[in-house]
Design a protein around this ligand. Structure first.
Ligand SMILES: [Zn+2]
Length: 764
């Protein structure tokens, strides 16, 4: 027995050494706390709003702005909120770009220090994930409060019986014994700051502030400014503390009535402020939702306690005994004290929560709550989640509507986030089963059902959507979806791009607040994706647009959730995009070669045909022939340019070269030939034509089509070298630039050829 016993003891000792919770709870003396304040002022001077702001920002990473030099930017940037909403949660929440930007917009006021007499109602339709959102955020807040960075402190009194003269009043002792058996003080949890049964015999009576006051509030208001002025070495912070609105509370807020009256009583008895401050301690404020410490979350079924005031006869008797007076300090507070400097949340405004919500009126408007005859300050972060149809449940609280801030949580409106949801449920590998862009297009069809069919903001910006009919639906929903995802599509005209001002952007983004409350719900879309994926995913054949259109056909009746012209427009945009991809992939972009040809041309136009000259710019030996001119002119002017047109062009180039390019730009301004206007303009036209017409020779060649089909098979080797090289280049580029697999690259090339897409878009 003996050795086993010892092993057991050692194991427990080791365990205890590792358990640090207690250590984190060890109170600091007031001077220790003040030293900490001087060292980490940013952390200590923080109320619940500032802490919540810091928490959110510590879990959110700012992504890369896609258009950093855009002068009309409204800072609608991508944020990575996965650490806040997804990681380590029982059920992830997926906030799209619109929502995260909206949330951060609201929260920015928490640091600006506008007095937060408000309740934030997160409002969204069934199945938008609003409860999950709030649960996850509260969970991350608890976690944050456990870290060093997220630490905050609350007041604990350690009343020294000896210093106070008499702590063993026989009456009190008797009462305590009796009360121990009678009083049920189970309203608080196991971390109850109330003294345990043995406290009567201890040197100290420890009482924690039920309102979780920051200990700094015990410094009398009149002395606070001077005190912090001397204390804080960080000049920058001090400037903020004394001048920013967000720190007004440091000089204005009072401690709770219990702390205040204790302070006064002790000062009377001890007659020495220093002795009073010796009894003030600071300990970590550890939020715990389950125990209702600092965070309370109420469900509609939770009954409301009829007893507003909480008292504790046990503690009251100790206090009376130790202070030798029954009226000095009333140990009395309300249930709202628990979430002072904390978070009070209502899940759904129905059932008992209707009354609970109505009861908040006075507290939110005044920041004060009456408990018997005592006025209690309540500075809490008030949250609620609500379905839009429950608005009627708060209609009789009209007078308090100006205290409500609605934060919309609609269904996802950003296709990237919609895809993230499918991936979360069906696995990351789903993308492999789709041709590139087709998965995005599935999400876009779902989202099209959630948007307002008409958009005043888009119509004001682009009055004639007809010009985009080959890439976009007439209501410009496809364009709007791109904007919501942070993309400005390249097919926009120069003029519309220029007119896409910050004001218009704000207006368009603001429209999202009235969208996403209709159409396919989150659950619908998952069910549909599942059905679609089961039906069409095959190992050897990627999912195509044709399959997508087939599947959605049944949902595309008139008056259905999907706008009638949307699927066709989506296919149009798809066709246009894949055609561009194939062209870009075929186009052999040899900048050096093009640049050399243009420099040689600019040099050669100054000489008669038949001569041989060494080009000053490239050092190439040039035989000036009609053929030399023709090769380059065809590239710049197009294949169909006539001989006369080419000759006229050559003469014009020679004129500009002599009068401006050489005389002005090169000789006077000191530019190199490649920096001149003439060179740039020829270069651009050359490249443009090269790309536009890149497909022409291939489309006429039947061998090219079969070469694509036979690529990477045994028979591919039988094709001539030129075809093999071109097809291989195309396949390689489609893979590296646009993420096509070998299989899907073949598929999309045949699609482009067989549907004659080059012809379809020839005039655009
Ligand atoms: Zn207090």
């Amino acid at each position: 027995m003996q050795p086993e016993m010892e092993n057991g003891r050692r194991a427990v000792d080791q365990l205890c050494a590792k358990i640090q919770e207690r250590g984190r709870r060890t109170p600091f003396s007031f001077p220790e706390y003040i030293a900490l304040t001087a060292k980490f002022p940013e952390r200590i001077f923080r109320n619940i709003f500032q802490m919540f702001y810091d928490m959110i920002h510590s879990y959110i990473d700012v992504g890369v702005d896609e258009y950093p030099d855009d002068p009309e930017s409204i800072n609608y940037v991508p944020y990575d909120s996965s650490r806040l909403f997804e990681q380590g949660t029982d059920r992830p929440f997926f906030g799209d770009r619109l929502f995260v930007n909206r949330l951060l917009g609201h929260i920015s006021s928490f640091r600006r220090g506008i007095r937060q007499n408000r309740i934030y109602i997160f409002e969204g339709p069934h199945g938008c994930g609003k409860s999950t959102f709030l649960n996850n955020v509260l969970m991350k807040f608890e976690k944050y409060a456990e870290t060093e960075e997220g630490s905050s402190f609350e007041t604990v009194w350690r009343l020294n019986r000896k210093l106070l003269g008499n702590g063993t009043d026989p009456t009190a002792k008797y009462l305590v014994e009796q009360l121990r058996n009678i009083v049920n003080h189970s309203t608080r949890g196991e971390q109850d700051p109330a003294p345990g049964p043995s406290a009567a015999g201890k040197e100290h009576l420890e009482i924690a502030c039920p309102s979780h006051d920051n200990p700094l509030l015990l410094i009398p208001k009149t002395y606070r400014r001077d005190f912090f002025d001397e204390l804080i070495p960080n000049k920058d912070f001090k400037h903020k503390l004394f001048s920013h609105k967000q720190y007004e509370w440091v000089f204005k807020d009072s401690p709770c009535t219990i702390c205040q009256s204790l302070y006064n009583a002790l000062l009377d008895i001890l007659d020495s402020p220093s002795k009073v401050f010796e009894m003030i301690y600071a300990r970590r404020y550890l939020f715990n939702r389950r125990l209702g410490i600092g965070i309370s979350v109420f469900n509609p079924g939770d009954r409301i306690h009829r007893m507003h005031a909480v008292s504790d006869d046990h503690i009251q008797n100790h206090l009376n005994a130790i202070l030798m007076d029954g009226n000095r300090v009333k140990y009395l507070y309300s249930r709202y004290a628990n979430t002072n400097n904390g978070i009070y949340a209502i899940m759904d405004i129905k059932g008992h929560n209707k009354e609970r919500f109505a009861n908040l009126h006075g507290i939110i408007s005044e920041g004060v709550h009456k408990v018997d005859c005592i006025e209690e300050n309540v500075n809490s972060l008030f949250f609620a989640v609500m379905n839009p149809e429950d608005r009627e449940n708060i209609s009789d609280t009209q007078s308090f509507t100006d205290r409500i801030t609605y934060v919309k949580i609609p269904y996802v409106l950003d296709f990237n986030t919609e895809i993230k949801i499918y991936k979360n449920i069906f696995g990351n590998q789903i993308r492999k089963y789709f041709l590139p862009m087709v998965l995005e297009n599935f999400a876009k069809i779902i989202i099209s059902s959630r948007l307002n069919p008409q958009s005043a903001a888009m119509a004001e910006w682009i009055p004639d959507p007809g010009q985009y009919r080959i890439y976009c639906d007439r209501n410009l929903l496809l364009l709007k979806m791109d904007i919501y995802a942070g993309i400005i599509p390249s097919w926009l005209s120069e003029e519309d791009r220029k007119n896409f001002t910050a004001k218009r952007r704000r207006r368009i983004i603001a429209e999202s607040e009235s969208e996403g409350d209709r159409g396919f719900t989150g659950r619908d879309s998952i069910r549909m994706f599942n059905e679609f994926f089961q039906a069409y995913s095959k190992k050897d054949k990627p999912i195509t647009m044709a399959m997508l259109n087939l599947y959605f056909k049944k949902h595309c009746c008139a008056g259905g959730p999907i706008p009638e012209d949307f699927p066709d427009a989506l296919s149009g945009l798809y066709d246009y995009t894949v055609l561009q991809e194939v062209k870009e992939s075929l186009y052999y972009y040899n900048e050096d070669h093009i640049s050399r040809q243009i420099q040689n041309y600019l040099f050669a136009v100054n000489f008669e045909i038949g001569q041989t000259q060494k080009c000053h710019y490239t050092n190439d030996e040039l035989k000036i022939t009609e053929e030399l001119f023709e090769t380059i002119e065809q590239k710049v002017l197009g294949h169909r340019s006539t001989r006369d047109k080419r000759k006229a062009f050559r003469k014009e180039v020679q004129n500009i070269y002599a009068s401006k390019t050489l005389a002005q730009e090169i000789l006077i301004e000191g530019k190199s030939v490649c920096e001149t206007h003439l060179y740039q303009s020829l270069y651009d036209r050359y490249v443009h034509n090269l790309k536009e017409n890149v497909l022409d020779p291939f489309l006429k060649n039947d061998n090219f089509r079969s070469g694509v089909k036979d690529y990477a098979t045994e028979s591919f080797k039988t094709y001539d070298k030129r075809i093999r090289e071109d097809v291989a280049l195309l396949m390689r580029n489609l893979n590296t630039r646009y993420g096509y697999s070998e299989n899907s690259a073949k598929e999309v090339c045949l699609y482009v050829i067989d549907n004659d897409l080059a012809k379809k878009f020839a005039e655009h």
